[in-house]
Unconditional design. Structure first.
Length: 211
């Protein structure tokens, strides 16, 4: 490879390291061209996959400020540069390696921190970013709904109670004098009962000073 080509390759790899959220190093020896194509298709938009030269990759990693790769850059190496969801990329690599034994995950880096093979496996076991965001959105929506119900329920139930009292009082005035009329519907929440009682209770007459 000509020197200019090497410099161009190093510059390209350096840019890949700098613009990617992470990278996973693999050994690809034994994979066919079709299998490599299948792997790239499996990774989709979450990662690009490139066969690299170890010496040039070391230079690029150094230029990009990436550490912890030197010991992994041994033998035939290909790198998956993570562009999207790191969890989905890790899942794709794990699943492909499980079905295609020539692919061996050697380690990687994520957000500037080195990853062991075991740590990459743990990431692959996590739920995807979209799934987690969906659960978070659901939890937030449920919390907002509960909050709205919490604020609205006392008022609506108090209004229902007042309406029921008025209707029963028209049918049996003794209710307001403590008579034995039919009971009115009770509030379903003791907190609502307290709130309604405080709304209905007459104010105590003021006590004159010096009485």
């Amino acid at each position: 490879m000509a020197r200019s080509d090497k410099e161009a390759t190093v510059a390209e790899l350096t840019d890949e390291f700098r613009t990617s959220g992470g990278a996973v190093l693999t050994e690809y020896r034994g994979l066919t061209v079709k299998q490599l194509q299948d792997l790239r298709r499996a990774l989709g938009e979450n990662a690009s996959y490139a066969v690299v030269k170890n010496t040039l990759t070391k230079l690029a990693a150094k230029d990009a400020g990436v550490e912890g790769f030197d010991d992994l850059l041994v033998g035939p190496t290909a790198i998956a540069f993570i562009k999207g969801d790191a969890v989905e990329a890790a899942k794709s690599l794990r699943d492909f390696a499980r079905d295609n034994s020539p692919l061996v995950i050697k380690g990687g880096i994520l957000d500037g921190k080195p990853l062991t093979v075991a740590e990459i496996a743990k990431i692959a076991d996590l739920e995807s970013r979209e799934a987690l965001l969906g659960k978070l959105a659901g939890a937030l929506l449920a919390s907002l709904t509960n909050a709205v119900n919490l604020f609205n329920a006392p008022l609506s139930q108090a209004a229902h109670l007042m309406g029921a009292l008025q209707e029963k009082a028209e049918q049996d005035p003794s209710i307001l004098q403590g008579g034995a009329g039919e009971p009115v519907p009770a509030l379903t929440d003791t907190a609502d009962l307290g709130a309604s009682a405080s709304d209905e209770a007459p104010e105590s007459p003021a006590v004159a000073d010096g009485a």
